[in-house]
Design a binder for this molecule. Structure first.
Ligand SMILES: Cc1cc2nc3c(=O)[nH]c(=O)nc-3n(C[C@H](O)[C@H](O)[C@H](O)COP(=O)(O)O)c2cc1C
Length: 444
C-alpha cells in the first residue's frame, strides 16, 4: 500500500500474513510488515527494497508514486533478504538508479547478487551527507544492529530517522496491537546480543533532533519518541524495564509445575504484583526470553534429566546467555527423584553472566513437594519479594577503574560484542573471539 508520510515522503512497503516463521524461528501471529520509503525531491531516493514474497506489490507501489520518473538513488540500509531480496528486480526496472551503501553493503551485494556488477554504486562513509534538493541525508552507521553493514539515515529537513531494523516490531501494519510487547520480543530475539552496539548508535543519534522514526518493520513512530528511545536505552543497557518476577519452569509429571505455582502464590501473598509464568515446553520461547529481560527477578524451575537439566531449560538459558543476560536476581527450583543435579547445572550456565545475584534460599524437591521443600519455597518467596531494579549498582565494586573523563575507555567488536579495554586499539589487533580485524571495532 502507498501512504503519504509527509508531502514529499511516501511509504511503499507491504504486509505479509502468509509467512509462518520470521527469520526461520519467530512465530508472527499478526504477520510482518516490510517497510520501504521514497523521498521525492529534485533527486528521488528509495530506502531499501523488500522481501521476495512482496516484490511485485512493492514495485507497483513505487510506480504509483514515481509515475514515469526514475529514482536517482536506492539507499540500502540493511542487506538481510527481508529487505534486500528485490534489489535485482529493482535494478532491472530502474537500471540507471545508483545504489548507495557502505563497503560492507557492497561486499554482501556481490555475494547475494553477483549479476549486478554493472549498476552504479555510491559508497558512503559514516556521517557522510547526500543532498536531494530541499532534503539532506546523513548516513549514521549502526554496525551489528543487527548485521555488520547496517546504517541508518537521518533526513534533517523533516527531521526523520530512517532507522533500519531498529525500533521495528513483529506484526503487520494493518494490525492494531500494543507496540511494546512485540517490539520487545523482536528486539531481544533479533538484536538482544548487541546491546553495546545499540548503545553506541543511541549515543550517535542523541544530538539529532528527530520528529519521526521510520523503521523497516512495524509502524512509523511519530509521537512521544522519548518513550521508544528510553525503552531501547533500557533494553540495550540490559537494565530491567519493570519490577516483577518471571518464573520459567519445566515439568514432566506436574510436580515441579506445582512448586512453581506455589511460589507464585506465596509471592502474590507477599504483595508482588507482577508475576509471569512460562512453561518452557509449551510457551513461545521468544516470549519467555522477552519476559526474562523485562523483569528484575527470574526463577528457573526444572526437573533433573539424565543427570543434568531438562532440555527446554537448557535451551532457554542458552538463549539468555547468548544475549548477554545480566543485572538480574535469580532463584532456582530443582526436582530430582534419585540424584537432583539440575541446580548445579543451571548455576554453571550462568557463571559467566554479569551482575547476577544468585538467591540464597533455593529449593530442592525430591519427586514431589513436601513440608521441607514447601518451607524452602516460602523462604525463596520471602527473599524474592523486594524488587532489585538496579542490581548492577547494588553489586557494583567500589568505583571501577575510570579514566579522567569518568568513563571506561575501550573498543567493542561489531561482529561479536567482545570488549577490548584500553585507550588505543593496536592496528594489528585481531578479535580473540571471532578473529575479525581491528577495523571491525568501534569505540565504546
Ligand atoms: C527422562 C527422565 C530422566 C530423569 N532423570 C533424572 C535424573 O537423572 N536424576 C534425578 O534425580 N531425577 C531424574 N528424573 C526425575 C525428575 O527429575 C523428576 O523428579 C520427576 O520427573 C518429577 O518431576 P515432575 O513431576 O516435575 O516431572 C528424570 C525424569 C525423567 C522423565
Amino acid at each position: 500500500m502507498v501512504e503519504k508520510v509527509t508531502e514529499s515522503i511516501f511509504y511503499v512497503g507491504a504486509n505479509d500474513h502468509d509467512l509462518d516463521l520470521f527469520e526461520g524461528q519467530y512465530i508472527i501471529p499478526n504477520g510482518m510488515a516490510y517497510n520501504s520509503y521514497v523521498i521525492v525531491d529534485d533527486k528521488i531516493v528509495v530506502f531499501d527494497t523488500i522481501d521476495k514474497s512482496k516484490t511485485g506489490e512493492w514495485l507497483d507501489n513505487l510506480a504509483e508514486v514515481l509515475g514515469e520518473r526514475t529514482p536517482d538513488y536506492l539507499v540500502v540500509q540493511h542487506m538481510e533478504p527481508d529487505h534486500s531480496a528485490s534489489i535485482n528486480a529493482f535494478a532491472e526496472k530502474y537500471p540507471k538508479t545508483a545504489i548507495v551503501g557502505n563497503k560492507k553493503t557492497f561486499t554482501m551485494i556481490e555475494q547475494f547478487f553477483p549479476e549486478l556488477d554493472s549498476v552504479e554504486k555510491v559508497e558512503v562513509k559514516d556521517g557522510e551527507t547526500l543532498d536531494l534538493g530541499s532534503h539532506k541525508l546523513t548516513f549514521v552507521f549502526a554496525p551489528m544492529v543487527h548485521w555488520p553493514e547496517v546504517m541508518m539515515t537521518y533526513e534533517s529537513t523533516e527531521k526523520i530517522l530512517f532507522s533500519a531494523d531498529a525500533f521495528g516490531k513483529f506484526g503487520a501494519r494493518d494490525t492494531d496491537e500494543d507496540w511494546a510487547c512485540e517490539a520487545r520480543r523482536y528486539y531481544f530475539g533479533i538484536v538482544g546480543k548487541y546491546g553495546a552496539q545499540v548503545q553506541a548508535v543511541l549515543k550517535k543519534a542523541k544530538d539529532l533532533y528527530i520528529e519521526k522514526i521510520c523503521p523497516l518493520h512495524g509502524p512509523i513512530l511519530e509521537e512521544d519518541l522519548g518513550y521508544y528511545i528510553d525503552l531501547y536505552d533500557k533494553w540495550s543497557g540490559y537494565r530491567p524495564e519493570t519490577e516483577g518476577v518471571c518464573i520459567c519452569y519445566t515439568s514432566v509429571y506436574g510436580n515441579t509445575k506445582k512448586a512453581a505455582e506455589l511460589l507464585r502464590d506465596e509471592l502474590a501473598e507477599n504483595g508482588v504484583e507482577t508475576i509471569e509464568m512460562n512453561d518452557l515446553a509449551r510457551c513461545d520461547m521468544a516470549e519467555a526470553v522477552e519476559d526474562a529481560f523485562r523483569y528484575d527477578r527470574l526463577v528457573l524451575a526444572t526437573t533433573t534429566y539424565n543427570g543434568g537439566m531438562f532440555p527446554f531449560m537448557q535451551q532457554f538459558i542458552d538463549e539468555l546467555t547468548e544475549r548477554n543476560f545480566q543485572n538480574r536476581y535469580v532463584g532456582f527450583i530443582e526436582n530430582g527423584s534419585w540424584g537432583p543435579a539440575a541446580m548445579r547445572a543451571m548455576k554453571k550456565e550462568l557463571e559467566g553472566a554479569k551482575n547476577i545475584k544468585i538467591a540464597e534460599n533455593n529449593v530442592t524437591i525430591k519427586s514431589k513437594l513436601n513440608d521441607a521443600s514447601g518451607g524452602q519455597i516460602e523462604a525463596l518467596a520471602k527473599e524474592l519479594t523486594p524488587g532489585h531494579m538496579d542490581l548492577a549498582a547494588e553489586l557494583a565494586e567500589p568505583a571501577e577503574k575510570k579514566t579522567e573523563e569518568g568513563k571506561k575507555k575501550g573498543f567493542v567488536c561489531n561482529i561479536c560484542g567482545y570488549v577490548y579495554e584500553g585507550d588505543t586499539l593496536p592496528d594489528d589487533f585481531v578479535c580473540p573471539l571471532c578473529k575479525h580485524p581491528a577495523s571491525d571495532f568501534s569505540p565504546l
